[in-house]
Design a binder for this molecule. Structure first.
Ligand code: BTN
Length: 249
């Protein structure tokens, strides 16, 4: 079923679940468009490139947007994670006065430490996409001891402010912000968020390392193109586009 009121959504709250993305994918046939699967306790979260998404005894935001666009042809699926990264940045700015930065394509950092990650997956049947699951992990109350254990520099709202926060309220704010402009984003695609996205890409104009298919390469990060791809220069000033991969900071 497809909602006609584009700003409407529903949240399914679960006390604990191994992975909201896995749950959404397993139940996608029964879940309506614009259903959000949400928990504060996720025990087996998945990240990009088969990485694990951390958790501890604290409450954090683990959520998956189930999206079933009516017409998939021009739907900006490749830019959905970038759209969500802008949404999360806006919430961190408005609610906590933070200055979040986006690390291409969709990691969100505060003070150079990762506070949020996004994983988009799709469910296909006979080679056509039947549904999209857009997962978001936001470290809200994750404790400093947990963060110190992982090799990647990470942060939580707690580690940055010293206070615990109500995940339910914050989740609703993220959903409101996401669905407020989702309709327009679905029609216009990356162009609709390009300026807001680029203004938060702190690494543009600097030398970066990129991991592409397991190999690390050095580039100068020149710009983000109209499709959301990263335009880079190599040491011989040859220009190329990075379509998938990770910027390493
Ligand atoms: C990444 O940075 O590698 C992406 C992390 C995505 C984690 C979220 S938490 C909610 C949803 N369920 C999952 O299993 N993963 C995503």
């Amino acid at each position: 079923m497809v909602n006609l009121d584009m700003s409407k959504y529903s949240i399914v709250t679960m006390e604990e679940v191994p992975s909201t993305n896995s749950y959404a994918l397993q139940n996608i046939a029964f879940l309506d468009d614009r259903t959000v699967i949400y928990t504060t306790r996720q025990t087996s979260g998945r990240g990009r490139y088969n990485r694990k998404w951390m958790y501890d005894d604290s409450e954090n935001i683990y959520m998956s947007f189930v999206l079933k666009p009516e017409i998939i042809n021009n739907y900006p699926f490749p830019n959905l994670t970038q759209y969500l990264s802008v949404v999360v940045c806006k919430i961190l700015e408005k609610e906590f006065n933070m200055l979040p930065a986006i690390k291409w394509p969709n990691d969100i950092l505060v003070n150079k430490s990762k506070i949020s990650g996004i994983l988009a997956e799709s469910y296909t049947e006979n080679n056509s996409i039947k549904g999209i699951v857009l997962g978001l992990g936001l470290n809200v109350n994750l404790k400093n001891e947990t963060i110190e254990k992982i090799d990647q520099k990470a942060a939580s709202i707690f580690s940055l402010t010293g206070k615990n926060y109500d995940c339910d309220k914050l989740t609703r704010k993220i959903c409101d912000e996401f669905f407020e402009n989702y309709n327009e984003f679905s029609e216009k695609g990356f162009e609709y968020i390009k300026d807001e996205y680029i203004s938060r890409c702190f690494f543009l104009g600097t030398n970066i390392k990129i991991s592409e298919n397991g190999e690390k390469r050095e580039y100068y990060a020149k710009s983000i193109d109209d499709k959301g791809f990263l335009t880079v220069l190599d040491k011989f000033n040859n220009e190329s586009k990075i379509v998938t991969g990770d910027v390493l900071c």
